[in-house]
Design a protein around this ligand. Sequence first.
Ligand code: HCA
Ligand code: CU
Length: 395
Amino acid sequence: MEINGLNSDPDRVGYSSVYNGGNFQKKVKILDSTLREGEQSPGVSFTTKQRLQIGWMLDYFGVDAIEISPIVSESHFESCKKLIKAGLSAQIVSHGRALKEDVDVALSCGASFFAMYHSISDIHLKYKLKVSREQALQRTVEVVEYAKSHGLGVRVTLEDASRADPAFARSFARAIYEAGADRISVPDTVGAMRPAGMYRLVSNIREAVPIPIDVHCHNDLGLALPNALAGYEAGADQIHTTIGGVGERTGITDLAQLVIALYFLYGLELDVRYEMIGDIYHLLEEYTSYSIPASAPVAGANAYKHKAGTHIAAILKSPHAYELVPPELTGSKRRVVFGDLLGKNGSLFLMKMLGLNADESMARSLAAGVKKLQAGDLFELELNEELVKRIMEES
Ligand code: HCA
Ligand code: CU
């Protein structure tokens, strides 16, 4: 099917782009952190072989960077080393604390880019680290200089930035920029932002330093996607994601949801293989005890199912009546659920599909009979486009 252009197809987006403010097609990169943040999710841990497999898949899908922490275990160290050696197109980002010893670990992995994190909120400085603001700043600057002197590209994460004093956040950003940092990550570490707040937070850092900015948004209140989009609108040029949005506690921005939201809400077509989404999400389920909730947007099992009789009737005529995202785009299948919400049109279609020579009154009786049963959903079927076409032409 023709994928190009779907994102601005008026039959699909209608006038929504008027309310959304038109297209906003500023380029943005995706850093996937399934192998780092994702493994911080309960129920998610991979073997070295699985990490490589996921790395290949993500690279082939088209993410720009893949984050992994070689610090946390021997097996992560091995995985990081092998991923770097694999020569993928995606940049491999070694993640660790703002400590010289973590820089050394990254170097012995063969890393060329190191992402270090240091808390900047008083809450973290006082209770977690028991250091002053000045000590935090001085420590981080020293490690940036150390990493730079060893030839590494450097990102600094201002951990818990959303709860930090905005003036301190600016001076911290300024100091690490002057020490040679190439990139800054602005995380909403505990999911404390609303979208307008995330916009201001990113703007605050962007006004302080001229280097590119990452956003990393946690989903504690279900706002990881809107907050990441707000950060993007404020000028962030890289967004952190994981497959299934998995991560510490309730996770971060979901990879599939992000690329699809950029596509349909911003008209931004990334250089990614959208049709791999289904396979990538199955891989996560295969490798872990985590299962994607049926109601999850884009990759959930219910995302392309239609149930109400009126919806099924409309879908049979034209799927985009009730679909913003066509299943073909994400490597998924359209399905219809037959049960007590079945109407006359759905029944007629079902009977024709079964090869029965049905008429309207038979269809009405079937729908009425199914409703009387009160058995809820009876079964579901894949809606094969060819079949729909044939049956609709016959009627
Ligand atoms: C962590 C913190 C972090 C770092 C994000 C980043 C966060 O769990 O170690 O490096 O961009 O949410 O602040 O994940
Ligand atoms: Cu995080």
